[in-house]
Design a protein around this ligand. Structure first.
Ligand code: ATP
Ligand code: MG
Length: 254
């Protein structure tokens, strides 16, 4: 039971924090995941804790890209499993993507806890757990480069929510199209991905599912046009302007 009153002005954000702490207690989240959450919260605060226009544009491009993909894979880490397990499974079904548990800090028990919560939320097949199918992504150091042969290794489009910069760069170097959710528009992941959704994953994921449902009725040409018209660098600068405008507004009322 949450002790956060619904009337608290930042109730939603505090509930997200509570989910993550709960995920830590259940063995899903690494200590470092708590720090990543803290970094995310700071940027969410600067963004006004809402989904801006530029994030909506990135969500639309991501939905189009995922519908155009041949072998899309969603990479799941502890933070995602703690924050939005139901939605991540729903997204995988909506866009017909495989799910792969892929941890920055490899830990067998944590992996199993993540698999369990995904299954509880309706996932059928979860990759990344069978050592017979593991292989290595070139360009990053040992444990962090292990991926599933039939999953991320073979994917054309990979969704990596809350990912580290080194791995995003390695995925790009391996020829993957990378879509990420990252609240920090300046992170290396944000700057390196093909499509960066600068928003809290807990807000943006439902919007991505809805958009994918909507766009599933469009033909290939219209989807490709949405992808071609999207410019990630330009979009990221608009996210930064959103922060700047928000700060200016706050400075005026302070
Ligand atoms: P990079 O390695 O890409 O330069 P970093 O080292 O600062 O980034 P990491 O811990 O590697 O950070 O990656 C985690 C990222 O996830 C951070 O940029 C953080 O802002 C972001 N993040 C944390 N929580 C959320 C959330 N709920 N929704 C979206 N993004 C989040
Ligand atoms: Mg990092």
């Amino acid at each position: 039971m949450s002790l956060i009153p619904k009337s608290h002005p930042r109730a939603k954000s505090l509930l997200i924090r509570e989910k993550l702490v709960d995920g830590f207690d259940k063995g899903l989240v690494a200590k470092e995941g708590l720090l990543a959450q803290g970094r995310g919260e700071a940027f969410d605060y600067l963004l006004g804790e809402k989904t801006g226009k530029s994030s909506k544009r990135a969500i639309k491009a991501a939905a189009a890209q995922l519908l155009q993909a041949e072998t899309p894979v969603i990479s799941v880490n502890g933070n995602i499993a703690a924050l939005c397990p139901k939605q991540i499974v729903r997204l995988s079904k909506q866009i017909k993507a495989k799910l792969e548990v892929n941890l920055f800090y490899t830990n067998k028990d944590r992996k199993q806890a993540i698999v369990k919560i995904l299954k509880k939320n309706g996932a059928r097949e979860i990759l990344g757990t069978n050592p017979d199918f593991s292989t290595k992504l070139p360009g990053i150091d040992s444990a962090r480069r292990i991926v599933d042969k039939n999953g991320i290794f073979a994917a054309d489009v990979v969704v990596v929510p809350l990912e580290d910069g080194d791995r995003t760069i390695a995925l790009r170097n391996a020829g993957k199209i990378v879509i990420t959710f990252d609240l920090n528009p300046l992170s290396r992941t944000s700057q390196t991905a093909n499509i960066t959704i600068v928003d809290n994953v807990t807000r943006a994921i439902d919007l991505l599912i809805d958009e994918a449902k909507k766009l599933s009725k469009k033909n290939q040409n219209s989807l490709q046009k949405i992808i071609n018209d999207f410019d990630n660098k330009k979009n990221l600068s608009e996210n930064i302007i959103q922060i700047k405008n928000n700060l200016a507004r706050r400075a005026r009322i302070a």
